[in-house]
Design a protein around this ligand. Sequence first.
Ligand code: 5GP
Ligand code: MN
Length: 326
Amino acid sequence: MTADFDRLHSIFSDHRRFVITSHVNPDADAIGSEVALALYLKGKGKEVRIINQSITPDHLLFLTELFPVHTYNSDMDRHILDADCFCVVDTNSPKRFSAMAATVARSTAVKVCIDHHLEQEPFADLYVIDTDVPATSELLYRIFAAGTPSLITTPVATALYAGIMTDTGSFKFPKTDAETHLITAELLKRGADPYAVYQQIYESGEINKLHLLGKALERIEVHHRGRVATMTIPRSVFTETNTGEADVDNLTQYVLSIRNVVVGLVFIEQPDGVKVSLRSKGEIDINSIAKQFGGGGHRNASGARLKDITLADAVSALLTSVKDIV
Ligand code: 5GP
Ligand code: MN
């Protein structure tokens, strides 16, 4: 990893125009990582632009006040093609920034990928991937600390803190360790305000989001001797509550909260198919199931998008697949 860090820092030094992106439907680790990296590179005198496939959800807009985040359209291709370094954070799969993937493939920029997911896909010149860290933001802290630690300013610390807080489920998911807490302490010393970040992310929602949650909770069912719980969200629930997919946040925690449940599946109907969030407890490898459906992620938390399938058929296919692992 040290050698990778050295190569990454040389790439940072040797290039001037950076474009940073992350995955579709970005979460706080995606946007926190992008913003922190952008500020760090700007501190080094670089020209930096963050371009995402999706819009930024409302609860993360405060991060875009630290550094602007643009939503991709084809007018931005020139920025992607002008860049001499293209950085992808918090995903290693071009499918997850597919709207601009064709332009990225045409670009001659050096491509780097900084991430914590399993099974990298071939597109980058340098991968700095640590699948043991709970958040890409934690990995970036280590990268910055090994580079120019003075550039971990209050805005950088705030963005990294947001990523770590959310990707660890507020410091409780299995990959949270002493190092995570030590790094978090360092971020607080550098000015990250935990309550302010908590308020922005978890205390700034609209009532509609709770109505959506209420309807979603009523749709939880258990299967396979109580070992698997599912939650299904048809489009009609979004219409009834005047919400959208950006308002779906952390629903997996509820399906996993049931005693004896070891696999939780949340299905969200899409215009062209179904998005499924897969979660497992302990040694159960849910990533292997996500992969069967073209998705991926981590051992205990993965996702997949199934095209041209009904909600009922997606539920039935996933339930058949997980039967043997529970
Ligand atoms: P979530 O269910 O919260 O969307 O995602 C859980 C984990 O799986 C995240 O780490 C996310 O990056 C990954 N993930 C979600 N959807 C996909 C997907 O369609 N493909 C891949 N490769 N990973 C995904
Ligand atoms: Mn992440």
